[in-house]
Design a protein around this ligand. Structure first.
Ligand SMILES: [Zn+2]
Length: 241
């Protein structure tokens, strides 16, 4: 059976600016990928030509789909949570929706943000981290959501770390990395995926020099695993699977 990877994000464009390298690398290896995005990004600072939140949401849904296509993502899904309001969502229900998807898709590897909220310390990123972490552990527990699909324990959970900060922002407190991914071979795909988020073009412009300097690598930390193993550094999210 082929390997599978699930990536859980908060906003359209998280899939590329944060996880684009890992997703494109996996796709090139024939690994089945599934990206779940919890909101449609209506609260974004950069709004393109959109005259309403609804219009921006629709635009960003399309951009998300196009970006996933560039990255070779096999399945993508956008849920209906409100952008910038994730900390007010019903935790148990939201985690349950992720548990159900993990049990049905049965990923080997799950990727999400760390508790720091990534470069911009966005509260939605922090919430996605908490929800995905809970879902990762609960998916394999008989007592949790017994009516939501068949129990399945994904093998590895990774958080995103970083090798740079945004100079104009308070620095996040990222988790130290344990996996250094060389994404040079798919770097152009990551950039192209970012580029189809036309509503976010000013953001891309602002961060271009940082990604030019530091964007040849992505950093992750293994934060939970169903395999008993000593701690080690790696260059591959799927090493040994
Ligand atoms: Zn985001």
């Amino acid at each position: 059976m082929s390997l599978k990877m699930m990536c859980v994000v908060a906003h359209p464009d998280d899939e590329c600016f944060a996880f684009g390298g890992a997703l494109a690398l996996a796709a090139e290896r024939g690994i089945e990928t599934y990206v779940i995005c919890l909101t449609d990004g209506q609260a974004a600072t950069n709004r393109g030509e959109a005259v309403s939140g609804e219009e921006l949401g629709k635009m960003r849904r399309d951009e998300f789909a196009a970006s996933c296509k560039v990255l070779g993502v096999r399945h993508h899904e956008l849920l209906d949570y409100q952008d910038a309001r994730l900390e007010f969502a019903d935790f148990s229900r939201a985690a349950g929706r992720l548990v159900e998807r993990m049990r049905r898709f049965q990923p080997d590897v799950v990727l999400t943000f760390g508790g720091d909220g990534a470069l911009n310390t966005h509260a939605d990123h922090m919430m996605v981290s908490s929800l995905t972490t809970a879902a990762f552990h609960w998916a394999g527990r008989e007592k949790r959501y017994p009516d939501l699909a068949k129990v399945f324990q994904p093998t590895r959970l990774f958080y995103l770390s970083t090798n740079f900060f945004l100079p104009d922002r308070q620095a996040p407190l990222p988790i130290p990395w344990s996996v250094k991914l060389d994404i040079e071979s798919v770097r152009s795909k990551k950039t192209d995926a970012f580029r189809v988020h036309t509503s976010q073009a000013p953001l891309m412009e602002r961060t271009k020099s940082l990604f030019d300097t530091y964007g040849g690598e992505e950093y992750y930390a293994l934060v939970a695993t169903a395999e008993s193993q000593p701690a080690r550094l790696s260059v591959d999210l799927f090493e040994g699977l």
